[in-house]
Design a protein around this ligand. Sequence first.
Ligand code: SF4
Length: 283
Amino acid sequence: MKNVNLSEVKEKVKQAVQEANFIIDQDLKDLVKECVPTEESPAGQEVLRQILQNADIAASEKLALCQDTGLAVFFVELGEKVKLTYAGFESLHDAISQGTREGYGEGYLRKSVCDPLSRKNSGDNTPVFIHWDVVAGDAFKVTFMAKGGGAENMSALKMMPPSAGAKGIEDFVVETVSKAGPNPCPPTVVGVGIGGNFDTSALLAKKALLRKPVGSPHPDPVYAEMEQRILERINKLGIGPMGLGGRTTSLAVHIASHPCHIASFPVAVNINCHSHRIVEINL
Ligand code: SF4
């Protein structure tokens, strides 16, 4: 049995939301760097250089990588053998929310949560969005993703006929990225959820974005080859960095899959921008 104190969770969440918004992972920076010499568009090349320069300034001066500091999305893996010590919090959800409030407040990060109809801002970037997985053993892992609206808005889901096959998936993903154009602030990372049902395919697409290092291939060679084929087609669309033309439209395609109903074939796409902000907390 492992003990996890919720006041420690709150502190780690507070640090994680700031770290994610100030520091881009080295693996993503490396991918952008690799694309500079191969980008044929001068404007596109300049954008890639500015993305790297922006990342350096944000990290050294503790400034947000982007004005859109995102919805606070969490993925929690809670082991069955973990005992929570509440330490003044009502729940784990409460501790994560409080860490988010403090992190966004003290880091001067924009608060982006509002009521869908009145558009009134909640003022502290809550409610947070938490996806829960209860797992065997004593694992306790919280993954934070700051999800910007521009990229999230370009998501798509299609309930395809099972006969659509691999080509149907690839055409749908490429079409979705093509329609998105410059809106998700390319170069992007494209998450693809294949299978499950209507709701889980969307979650699979978002979870696919969590893979580290970014751009590493799917462990199944069938999906790894599909990722590569889709990436090559996307980078022939000519959208380029920030939509200014060129070949660097996406840095990586990540697929996650799950079995589905014999009559169904859901496919979902969730795009992340170059501000690919993900931080893991393990306790
Ligand atoms: S899509 Fe990403 S880079 Fe573009 S404005 Fe939103 S958070 Fe910023």
